[in-house]
Design a protein around this ligand. Structure first.
Ligand code: SF4
Ligand code: SF4
Length: 425
């Protein structure tokens, strides 16, 4: 890493020794999991580059944007609308973290039985290793699951710029009204932060930018319906993860380039694995960088992942915002309409999610579903039981996995996953 980056990290207040250790582990993990894959599309070279520079060049770009007067807004959830952020001349970055860090410190603030995603968020703050968090001018928390809701109360005193958004938990008229009111309040907060009054033209443009980003991912997903699958689940997951960090226009372009390449592969019936390799749909909790453990186990056990029913995946990217409105009010309503369809397990009851899992099984010709629940995640672990039952009733084999970010259970998980895949053959 260049000296420039080191001084940049130091100026952001990072702990350089701890940060070096994190980058060392991340680099090794990436090498072992990603770069050992066979038959990767050439376009993935872009994502390899992004990952090698995820704390370097991308952070420098964000700091350059800040110097030019733009604000950076960090978010932990796909309910936070990027359209409003972009329309206010700010940039949004994802802050969700996928690795254990500074756990001893974390467990002084949070109970041990908190999900790994929340603990990791605190570990990255307390260990001073996340440049995205430190570069953010506003950090948006959202009242979704109980764990996050209460954790934001403890995160507040650790940062100077936490903004908390309320999210409905029921899909009713009142639920929609709450989401609308909260998006209006968020719009005002963004305007206050940036000093920019959001008008219809900018909101429309922002909607189109985010729609294009989602459409590129939709195109990628559709190509994964082919047998043989033209891209590994690990690589597709990486694209879904980078969705939250990269410059939106460049991201859209890069995903579309991969799709051009994959279209040729599909036409020539070339895949990352032979035709009729068992096809898995992953469903459940989001997988933030560098949480690649389970997909790596699945894809080194003789199967290919063809879709993710997850917030880092299709739950997060499906449905576009209707950009045809002419006023700020009409466009804001269209934004509310789109986000109100997100079927996170915090919503009760949540039949939409079950329907979506079933639709995805059909569309991606999945042979089985692996439900991924993070230990101590009540919403997804509880929902996993009726979801698995409904799938089994329809003769769709389902494996429920409960795990965390540690590597301690790799052997045990591999045994279970291999047995499941063997059964699908
Ligand atoms: S799982 Fe729910 S709380 Fe988590 S990012 Fe998705 S919508 Fe937000
Ligand atoms: S994984 Fe579950 S418990 Fe953890 S933040 Fe997401 S919804 Fe909450």
């Amino acid at each position: 890493m260049s000296e420039d980056y080191r001084s940049m990290w130091q100026n952001l207040g990072l702990d350089l020794v701890a940060h070096d250790a994190l980058l060392g582990v991340l680099g090794k993990f990436y090498q072992d999991i990603y770069l050992t894959q066979q038959n990767r599309p050439e376009g993935m070279g872009y994502f390899d580059f992004v990952m090698s520079e995820v704390h370097g060049l991308r952070i420098k770009e964000l700091l350059d944007e800040k110097k030019a007067g733009r604000k950076i807004i960090g978010s932990y959830c796909v309910f936070v609308p990027e359209e409003i952020v972009l329309a206010g001349n700010a940039t949004m970055v994802g802050l969700c973290a996928g690795a254990d860090f500074a756990m001893e410190e974390v467990e002084k603030i949070l109970p041990r039985n908190t999900c790994a995603l929340i603990k990791s968020t605190f570990g990255f703050k307390l260990g001073k290793v996340c440049p995205y968090l430190e570069a953010s001018d506003m950090i948006v928390g959202e009242n979704t699951c109980d764990g996050k809701k209460k954790a934001y109360e403890s995160l507040g005193p650790l940062v100077s710029n936490l903004y908390v958004m309320d999210i409905p938990q029921v899909k009713s008229g009142q639920g929609r009204a709450l989401l609308k009111a909260e998006y209006q309040r968020f719009k005002q907060a963004v305007e206050k932060l940036t000093g920019v009054a959001i008008d219809a033209a900018h909101l429309k443009q922002a909607i189109e930018t985010v729609n294009s980003k989602r459409q590129a991912i939709h195109r990628l997903s559709k190509l994964r319906q082919a047998d043989p699958a033209p891209i590994s689940g690990l690589d597709a997951l990486l694209a879904n993860q980078v969705f939250f960090y990269d410059n939106p226009l460049r991201f859209t372009d890069s995903v579309n380039k991969i799709c051009d390449e994959l279209e040729k592969r599909v036409a020539e019936k070339k895949g990352v694995s032979p035709a009729r390799t068992p096809r898995i749909l992953m469903s459940g909790c989001p997988m933030a960088v560098p949480n690649w453990k389970l997909p790596w186990i699945v894809e080194t056990s003789g199967a290919v992942i063809v879709g993710e029913e997850s917030c880092v995946g299709e739950r997060g990217t499906r449905n576009l915002v209707n950009a045809s409105g002419r006023t700020v009010d009409e466009l804001m309503d269209a934004i509310v309409d789109r986000y109100f369809q997100v079927d996170c397990a915090i919503i009760t009851p949540n039949p939409d999610r079950l329907n979506h899992v079933e639709e995805m099984v059909k569309a991606y010709k999945a042979d089985g579903v692996i439900h991924y629940g993070l230990q101590f995640c009540q919403p997804y672990l509880m929902e996993a039981i009726p979801v698995a039952k409904a799938l089994e009733d329809k003769k769709i084999p389902t494996l429920r996995i409960e795990t965390d970010y540690s590597m301690e259970d790799v052997g045990q998980l591999k045994t279970r996953v291999e047995a499941f895949i063997e059964m699908l053959k």
